[in-house]
Ligand binder design. Structure first.
Ligand SMILES: *[C@@H]1O[C@H](CO)[C@@H](O)[C@H](O)[C@H]1NC(C)=O
Ligand SMILES: *[C@@H]1O[C@H](CO)[C@@H](O)[C@H](O)[C@H]1NC(C)=O
Ligand SMILES: *[C@@H]1O[C@H](CO)[C@@H](O)[C@H](O)[C@H]1NC(C)=O
Ligand SMILES: *[C@@H]1O[C@H](CO)[C@@H](O)[C@H](O)[C@H]1NC(C)=O
Ligand SMILES: *[C@@H]1O[C@H](CO)[C@@H](O)[C@H](O)[C@H]1NC(C)=O
Length: 567
């Protein structure tokens, strides 16, 4: 255990027992993928499983049959994972795959009593091709899998999970185009991909994911793509564990000796390679797991992104010339500065030119200077400070000649990142500050004509302060404050039509916990969440939720962002 980590981190089990029974339903106050009043044409329970003792076991699996009344195509498909816990348990990580391709990464809340339950809903329209081909069944090697490694030996909780797909056909009243949910770089990909190839561990004995142990460990999958592919996007899924569970608050200690383990500082980058060549990366959003910082913050409202852990898109169209020779190529996945371990997979989304057998492609520009990373750390015993600054600017450009013409795709990314960690007063005062700013631009041109352009700005600040006091009767009282935010602004220009969307997802939390001899005697937390999404079609959606002592004190949602809900 990292000595810096807040005391609470190591005391998960005692904490679980000490939390008062509050509300039984855990919630993630985000934009619902389908508004109430929109009824799906079909809802199909595709997998049901009780996860009791599943450490080291292969994922649960199920055959699938598409209902005859809901054939492809669909306007929208929503995945619903509904879970209940039989008793107290730790928070666990889980994932759902179709045919080896991941469609959801999630973490469970900390169930503090029997009957705790929650629902994760995700728009999975972008994986329509996987669903479409699912009906082949086991014979075709096409099945649904879910993994959730749980043990009911120390704590008794068993997770009971249902996975349901809701299929919508026909027009939807919310007017949203294409898929919804987390509005990341979707703009130029209105049409879901025609083919999705998993970049994951083929043998699923221990899950489909790669376990990345360190920065030099870059596992890969071999893929062969159709020779008439004209667009390719690599979607990376990742979650951080063990020594990197709190990577965003890791001080920078350059390896050693007895007292402190090696700790790499608060910077990580997920990236991909094709045949060993760097093809882009993203700094991951620091998802806070339900047992982290102060578990009282995350009940009953989930931390940003913890129910639907964000995935990261890399447009790799500029690199199609490397892949279009009909032969196998290695897609590698890495995590810069990683400590053991990260669970990582990716999906390669491919769009096929139905009107030609071969697409030609070439590279125009490959400008990928190494990111400028400066690291400083000064520590004397537990006190000190460290800082990591990173700046990066890359530009990739390539052409594809297909039945759509000779089209050039240019990807640009600019990243500015800063992490600062400070510990004072013999370890009793701690401060973590992080900010990641990224600008991603994808432009599509034909000759001098601009066909489309999508720009995404991401800004995610994290601030954490905690103080620890020794109490009269013994034990330590730790007070913590947290501010965490995800901002995404997407501007889309497609055939001269301009549209934009803005998401601001913000949490402020404050609380304390009294820890004595490794046992949490008492704790409290209050969290204010505010989720605001605005786009041209949907106008606005706002939800604000305040929680205190495990219960919801205020919960207001507004499909129009009326100021009432801002209270
Ligand atoms: C899937 O279907 C096949 C053939 O009907 C059957 O043999 C197999 O046991 C089923 N698998 C599951 C997990 O239900
Ligand atoms: C799962 O589905 C079954 C059957 O419909 C239902 O009895 C059970 O309550 C569901 N469990 C959860 C956690 O939704
Ligand atoms: C774990 O859960 C399973 C299934 O509910 C049960 O049979 C088993 O007795 C439980 N183990 C312990 C140690 O409680
Ligand atoms: C990195 O991890 C891999 C895979 O576990 C291991 O083989 C290798 O020795 C590690 N390298 C370093 C430098 O620790
Ligand atoms: C497509 O355009 C690029 C320049 O934008 C050119 O270099 C390439 O030769 C063209 N390819 C074909 C097949 O015309």
């Amino acid at each position: 255990m990292n000595s810096f980590s807040f005391l609470l981190f190591s005391l998960l089990i005692s904490v679980v027992i000490a939390i008062d029974v509050g509300t039984l339903e855990h919630i993630d106050p985000t934009l619902p993928p389908a508004l109430p009043g929109q009824t799906p044409k079909c809802s199909v329970l595709i997998l049901h499983h009780d996860f009791a003792n599943t450490v080291g076991a292969p994922p649960a699996s199920a055959n699938y049959t598409q209902p005859a009344e809901c054939p492809y195509p669909w306007t929208r498909v929503v995945l619903e994972l509904s879970v209940s816990a039989s008793d107290v348990q730790k928070s666990r990580i889980a994932a759902i795959w179709i045919d080896g391709a991941e469609i959801l990464r999630t973490s469970t809340p900390l169930p503090t009593s029997s009957g705790a339950f929650w629902r994760v809903q995700k728009d999975v329209t972008r994986y329509a091709t996987l669903l479409r081909h699912l009906s082949g069944g086991e014979a075709a090697g096409r099945m649904v899998y879910m993994m959730l490694e749980n043990s009911n030996e120390t704590l008794p909780g068993v997770f009971s999970a249902n996975v349901t797909l809701h299929f919508y056909r026909g027009a939807l009243i919310d007017g949203r185009q294409g898929y919804t949910a987390r509005p990341t770089v979707k703009g130029l990909y209105r049409q879901p991909a025609d083919v999705i190839l998993p970049v994951s561990q083929g043998c699923y004995g221990n899950g489909f994911w790669f376990r990345i142990h360190n920065e030099s460990h870059v596992p890969f999958s071999s893929v062969t793509i159709p020779s008439n592919t004209f667009r390719a996007v690599l979607e990376i899924f990742a979650s951080h564990h063990a020594d990197d569970e709190f990577w965003y608050s890791n001080p920078l200690r350059s390896s050693y000796s007895g007292e402190f383990p090696k700790s790499n500082g608060g910077f990580r980058q997920l990236y991909a390679t094709i045949d060993g060549k760097y093809v882009g990366g993203h700094i991951p959003f620091p998802v806070i797991y339900p047992g982290s910082i102060n578990p009282y913050f995350w009940s009953p409202v989930a931390a940003i992104g913890s129910f639907d852990i964000p995935s990261y898109d890399l447009d790799v169209t500029p690199f199609l010339s490397m892949l279009l020779d009909g032969g196998p190529h290695e897609i590698g996945l890495g995590v810069r500065d990683a400590l053991p371990h990260w669970l990582v997979t990716a999906n390669l989304h491919l769009w096929i030119d139905a009107r030609s057998d071969t697409v030609l492609a070439g590279v125009v520009d490959y400008i990928a200077p190494p990111m400028k990373v400066s690291k400083n750390g000064e520590w004397r015993s537990v006190e000190g400070q460290s800082e990591v600054n990173a700046d990066g600017l890359v530009r990739f450009s390539g052409w594809t000649a297909s039945s759509f013409g000779n089209i050039t795709t240019t990807v640009r990314q600019k990243i500015t990142f800063k992490s600062q960690i400070e510990v004072q007063n013999r370890g009793s005062v701690r401060q973590v500050e992080m900010i990641n700013k990224a600008r991603n631009t994808i432009g599509v041109t034909s000759g001098s004509q601009i066909l489309g352009r999508v720009q995404m700005f991401v800004e995610s600040p994290l601030q954490l302060q905690s103080t620890m006091e020794t109490e009269m009767g013994g034990g330590e009282l730790e007070r913590t404050r947290l501010f965490h935010e995800l901002q995404e602004v997407v501007n889309l220009n497609e055939n001269q039509v301009v549209s934009s969307s803005t998401l601001i997802d913000r949490q402020n939390a404050e609380g304390s916990a009294l820890v004595h001899d490794g046992v949490t005697l008492w704790g409290s937390g209050s969290t204010k969440s505010s989720y605001k999404y605005r786009d041209d079609a949907n106008a606005c959606y706002l939800r604000t939720v305040s929680t205190e002592g495990g219960a919801v004190k205020f919960d207001m949602s507004s499909p129009s962002c009326s100021t009432m809900a801002e209270a």
